[in-house]
Design a protein around this ligand. Structure first.
Ligand SMILES: [Zn+2]
Length: 74
């Protein structure tokens, strides 16, 4: 079961940050063009720890954050 990963330090730091923050070197943009509305959200995975992020770019400012989809909360 590899669904829940332990995020690397840059990923742990990025989680919950404003989406205006730039992704770090090991984050790779995925699904470009496949996402319904690329202006609204972008999906990234980390090549180091395999974290899956959603970068929310639309909606209310407080919801425009980096969300980590598959990290264990401990
Ligand atoms: Zn990572």
């Amino acid at each position: 079961m590899e669904l829940w990963i332990q995020p690397c330090t840059p990923c742990a730091d990025l989680y919950g940050q404003a989406s205006a923050v730039e992704p770090h070197d090991t984050l790779t943009l995925v699904g470009a063009g496949a996402v319904k509305d690329a202006r609204a959200e972008q999906h990234y995975t980390c090549t180091r720890c395999r974290a899956a992020f959603v970068r929310i770019l639309a909606g209310e400012p407080r919801t425009q954050i980096w969300m980590l989809l598959n990290a264990a909360q401990h």
